[in-house]
Design a protein around this ligand. Structure first.
Ligand SMILES: NC(=O)C1=CN([C@@H]2O[C@H](COP(=O)(O)OP(=O)(O)OC[C@H]3O[C@@H](n4cnc5c(N)ncnc54)[C@H](O)[C@@H]3O)[C@@H](O)[C@H]2O)[C@@H](O)CC1
Ligand SMILES: Nc1ncnc2c1ncn2[C@@H]1O[C@H](COP(=O)(O)OP(=O)(O)O)[C@@H](O)[C@H]1O
Length: 280
């Protein structure tokens, strides 16, 4: 495969995408994130993503999901709004399964994907790649990317992707015409032209259930607060995605302090990680 072009991504680059509220801001001008995540099988993914998005900083979060999941989300975060309305970005698919989704759930996802605002497609919404009208970033791990590429006529295995994540992220981004955030022990982000941002390795304690849902929440929040710039220049979405990885890794490091972590602990440290970046 061709050597992908690798761009340096520094903390100073990440700092650009942390948008601090000014005196004239209100909850709507800061950015509203719409979230369609979770299912009867995976309600926790919705709770984790919502918690992470709120900790990253949004003006408001609108959540749509099954009744029980909605109750759990509200129990954890009563500030969440469950009334439909305008949003500046969407986070779709964490804790959902494309094979077991109802037709109604698919319709909800597709309507969001065609709303024109930036979209994060995670887990059970990855099959909607290419079915978006605005800028989109997909967040697969190697197994999910292998499944997605194979379904689009590019046969590849999880092992092949894990052995060469840079080349495969760049190839996937070009084939799928989408920003790709490929998760793993070495996370890489590619813009649709195949230009890569390779992020520093994070703590191995991140290899635990739910940490990807937290990452998706961080990214969703950054998309909502930077929506205008992303819509104006969709290539910026790769830098926004790389910023989410920087915040996620730092929050994990703070939560871990060298020992094991639970996904929710990472979400609890996001505020500090964002504050550190803002202070740079
Ligand atoms: N608390 C939650 O609600 C969580 C929800 N999650 C959601 O779970 C869904 C599925 O994500 P996955 O990444 O698991 O999906 P994948 O479909 O990529 O992984 C499932 C596959 O992992 C393999 N596997 C399962 N158990 C294994 C074991 N004990 N040893 C070795 N291999 C094993 C099997 O091949 C299985 O088919 C997503 O929607 C995701 O968002 C996860 O994020 C975990 C936490
Ligand atoms: N060995 C590892 N070292 C560092 N980070 C890892 C490692 N394994 C996984 N991660 C990170 O942990 C997160 C796992 O996400 P994901 O696979 O979606 O899990 P889940 O579906 O359980 O949330 C990703 O951000 C990934 O980059």
């Amino acid at each position: 495969m061709n050597d992908p072009m690798i761009l340096e991504f520094t903390r100073a680059d990440a700092r650009r995408w942390v948008r601090e509220p000014g005196p004239s801001d209100d909850k709507y001008t800061r950015g509203v994130l719409g979230v369609v995540t979770g299912s009867h099988d995976y309600p926790g993914a919705a709770v984790l993503g919502v918690e992470a998005a709120i900790r990253t900083g949004v003006g408001m979060l609108r959540y749509t999901g099954p009744g029980r999941v909605c109750d759990l989300v509200l129990h954890r975060r009563p500030e969440v709004v469950t009334v439909a309305g305008r949003v500046q970005a969407w986070l779709l698919g964490s804790g959902m399964d494309a094979r077991t989704r109802t037709a109604q759930q698919r319709e909800t996802l597709v309507a969001a994907a065609y709303s024109g605002v930036p979209c994060v497609l995670d887990a059970g919404a990855l099959d909607l790649t290419g079915e978006t009208s605005g800028p989109a970033v997909i967040t697969p791990h190697a197994r999910e990317l292998a499944r997605l590429l194979s379904s689009r006529g590019v046969p590849v295995t999880e092992e092949e992707i894990s052995a060469d994540p840079c080349s495969w992220a760049a190839r996937a981004a070009r084939e799928l015409q989408s920003t790709v955030l490929l998760k793993g022990h070495q996370t890489v982000v590619s813009d649709a032209e195949g230009q890569l941002r390779v992020l520093p390795r994070a703590t191995g304690w991140l290899a635990t259930a739910g940490t990807g849902d937290v990452l998706a929440g961080i990214l969703g929040a950054l998309c909502a607060t930077n929506a205008e710039v992303i819509v104006g220049d969709p290539r910026t979405l790769a830098s926004v995605a790389a910023t989410s990885v920087v915040i996620h890794s730092r929050a994990a490091e703070l939560a871990s302090a060298g020992g094991p972590i639970a996904a929710l602990d990472i979400a609890g440290m996001i505020g500090r990680a964002v504050a550190e970046l803002a202070a740079d």
